[in-house]
Each structure stands twice: as C-alpha cells, then as structure tokens.
Write a new protein. Structure first.
Length: 180
C-alpha cells in the first residue's frame, strides 16, 4: 500500500506526518507541486514481458500524459532482485540529485521509495503498483529501490535523451530511513 511520511530534514527519526490514504497523500504532495495519482496497472502481462509489450499495454495512458504534458519520450525501467548491478544502481539513485525536467513514473509492478527534499522537509513517498508520481523539475530528491529491488515502471521524459541527473553532493539520504 502506498504511503507518505514527512520529516523535518534535520530530524530523520521523528515523523511530522504519515498516511496510507491515497487522497491524503495526493493532497500533501500537491502542496509542494508533486502530482500523485492512482491508476490501474491491470493489464495481464507475462512475467518475462519485454519493454515493448509493457509499453503497448499502457499506450492509452502514455498517450494521455503526452497530451497533458507534452512528453517526448518514454521507456520502461525494471529491476529484479537478481540483477547483477542492483547495488551499483541503488547507490547511484540514493545520492540526492535533481533533473532539469519532471521525473514521471507509473509503477506497473513492485515498489520504490521516492524521497523529496523540499523547504526544510523530506517527503518519503512509497510508490507501489498503480501509482503515478510526477516530481517537478529541479526538486532535490533520491530514490531507494531497496537491497532486493522488484519494480517495473514506465518513465516519461521531456528530454528525448532520457534520465539525466545533476547530483547535489549532499549526503542527506544517508540519515533517513531506507527501503529494506
């Protein structure tokens, strides 16, 4: 189940707010410019479905987002517990960074933890199957996929080159709860 926990950025052990209610999560995140919605990841896909099959299954939803926001490219990111580079990717994504465009993810399977560092607070958003999140451009954040990741998400971009991060050098992520 999706969840939101909010902390002061200097008190990672004392939550200020916590909810598993989708409407409350959407409302709290909307206040900082983050779009959070529940969609239905209800297509029957084989466990070994390739990226083209996944994209084709959700083409109507992709088209809707392209019409709303003008995205130019999209792809699928998938990570499983047996991925040989899972630790390398986890370390990379756990470093606080920003993007010059919105970071948009629709979770088709599994879960991941987006941590948003905004106005002296950290918003930890546990995204699971059926969640669509759009983190505004230039928002400081990190992503935790856990030590044994299991997720598939459709990513949408304004930049046809895809995922490009600017790392902040801030080690804040080290002090906050992880997805374990």
């Amino acid at each position: 189940m999706s969840a939101l926990t909010v902390f002061a950025d200097n008190q990672p052990d004392q939550p200020l707010f916590s909810s598993r209610d989708g409407d409350e999560i959407a409302s709290e995140l909307a206040a900082i410019g983050v779009n959070f919605r529940r969609w239905q990841a209800d297509r029957e896909l084989a466990a070994d479905a390739d990226n083209d099959t996944i994209l084709a299954a959700y083409q109507a939803e992709i088209d809707r987002l392209v019409a709303e926001r003008g995205y130019q490219s999209w792809d699928v990111v998938s990570m499983q517990p047996d991925h040989p580079d899972r630790a390398v990717f986890r370390d990379k994504f756990l470093s606080e960074h920003t993007h010059g465009e919105d970071e948009v993810r629709f979770f088709v399977e599994g879960a991941g933890l987006f941590c948003l560092h905004v106005d002296g607070k950290v918003y930890q958003v546990l995204c699971e199957k059926n969640d669509l999140i759009s983190v505004p451009a230039n928002t400081r954040h990190w992503f935790d996929m856990g030590p044994a990741p299991r997720f598939t998400a459709i990513r949408l971009f304004n930049n046809p080159e895809g995922w490009i991060a600017q790392f902040t050098g801030d080690a804040i992520a080290n002090g906050f709860p992880k997805l374990d």
